[in-house]
Design a protein around this ligand. Structure first.
Ligand code: ATP
Ligand code: MG
Length: 426
């Protein structure tokens, strides 16, 4: 036998038994973003490598070691997108969406990072991204946090997540703070790991984002950026906190929250859970006022967030168990040639009458017993049975598969009312 080819490590298939969880999340997302007037944008999965280098930052985990970069047949350097914000900004600029107007946008899709695969960390994973352009905030920062809170609430996850926020201030604030931080880090040089020593020169703030458990104590006692904020950033942050307070949204100010990408300024936030081990951040975002200009556009304030769908799915499973796979409403059994052709017509007419009806018509024949087994396995609420006898008499046998109810023979005209009942109780 030929050798079977396996999928790539860290890139998962989504099997039918899991897809209903994903659809559940996606459906709620669509409703929530619509409730705030955000519109969908879809970008390509591959972009010029330069786009990510210039936006995410050369000295970040993503650009230094996680990107899937390759040369295409023209010799151009291309990269599978590691995140969506850079592509979203590129697309919005390219199509003039940021010209004299504001935009509220969202997207959803696969992202690619060459990380060590483990629970909650994959090489192909999926993000929901939401971005608002052209608003200085902090009203829109609050709107985005409200929206993420509403989304998590709809999914029934509110009790299991906490919101952490911080401010990274203006560029000038960070330049001044950088000196203070570097002086502190130099005093604790012996505690820095290899990555951090390297970043001490190139990007010391990123050290605060380190996941290395040995460094956490030293990071906790480092001078806090939030204590060195410029006036405008401080006002922005205080106003945001007040908006969250008055909406009753609980949060913790985490002075070590810096995020793993370079483009953030002022507001940053993360929704975290303690239910998923080390990969506890399920949604993260912030303000990135400099990014549009950095990518060649006019200065445009911007703010957004991204949620990891795999981690949402895992958290859902953790807190509410299996949701059950995709079920159908009706399974149609047919015995004999006449019944098969009458049955197919009946199935089509029921689908015409009930656009949301989920009906499986038996294919491939089989004994009555075999068909009944399939009906049961499908999860259908009712079985409709058509044999030669039923066809002759113009009736259908209806059998309830999940209820203690008598099976009955019904005239074709009476069937729609009964199907209607099944749909109402689902
Ligand atoms: P982490 O600190 O966990 O590496 P990050 O800061 O790199 O996360 P972002 O780039 O902000 O993550 O992405 C936003 C969200 O996307 C994360 O909060 C997480 O839910 C999800 N995410 C990021 N990387 C992965 C991955 N490799 N596998 C699965 N989900 C991921
Ligand atoms: Mg990461």
């Amino acid at each position: 036998m030929a050798k079977k080819i396996q999928s790539i490590r860290g890139m998962n298939d989504l099997l039918p038994a899991q897809s209903s969880d994903w659809q559940y999340i996606e459906n709620h997302l669509r409703q929530v973003v619509a409730a705030y007037g955000y519109n969908e944008i879809r970008m390509p999965i591959v972009e010029m490598t330069e786009l990510f280098k210039r936006s995410i930052g050369e000295v970040t985990d993503i650009v230094e070691k996680e990107m899937y970069t390759f040369e295409d047949r023209n010799g151009d350097s291309l990269t599978l997108r590691p995140e969506g914000t850079a592509s979203c900004v590129r697309a919005a600029m390219q199509h003039g969406l940021l010209y004299n107007q504001t935009q509220r946008l969202w997207y959803m899709g696969p992202m690619f990072r060459h990380e060590r695969p483990q629970r909650g960390r994959y090489r192909q994973f999926h993000q929901i991204g939401v971005e608002a352009f052209g608003f200085d905030g902090p009203d829109v920062d609050a709107e985005l946090i409200f929206m993420s809170a509403r989304f998590l609430n709809r999914l029934g996850l509110s009790e299991h997540v906490t919101l952490q926020i911080n401010s990274l201030g203006s560029r000038e604030t960070r330049v001044a703070y950088r000196e203070i931080l570097v002086a502190y880090l130099n005093e604790h040089r012996e505690q820095l790991d290899e990555d951090s020593l390297r970043r001490l020169e190139s990007n010391p703030l990123r050290i605060l984002d380190s996941k290395n458990p040995k460094m956490q104590g030293m990071i906790q006692t480092a001078p806090k950026l939030v204590e060195h904020l410029d006036e405008a950033s401080k006002l922005h942050f205080d106003t945001l906190c007040a908006a969250l307070d008055s909406a009753g949204i609980k949060y913790q100010i985490n002075p070590c929250l810096v995020r793993g990408l370079d483009y953030y300024a002022k507001t940053v936030f993360e929704w975290v859970t303690d239910k998923l081990g080390a990969q506890g951040t399920i949604c993260a975002g912030g303000r990135f006022d400099g990014l549009v200009e950095q990518l060649g556009g006019r200065p445009t304030p911007a703010c957004g967030f991204a949620a990891g769908i795999e981690r949402l799915v895992e958290l859902l499973k953790e807190v509410s168990g299996e949701r059950g796979g995709n079920k159908v409403d009706v399974y149609l059994l047919m015995a004999g040639e006449k019944a098969e052709s009458a049955g197919m017509a009946l199935a089509e007419s029921l689908r015409d009458q009930f656009p949301t009806l989920r009906l499986i018509a038996n294919c491939g024949g089989g004994s009555f017993k075999a068909q009944m087994k399939r009906a049961d396995k499908s999860g259908a609420s009712i079985a409709l049975i058509l044999g030669a006898d039923e066809v002759e008499r113009g009736v259908v046998t209806l059998k309830y598969l999940r209820l203690e109810k008598e099976q009955q023979q019904v005239k074709a005209e009476a069937l729609p009312a009964l199907i209607d009942d099944v749909l109402k109780t689902k």
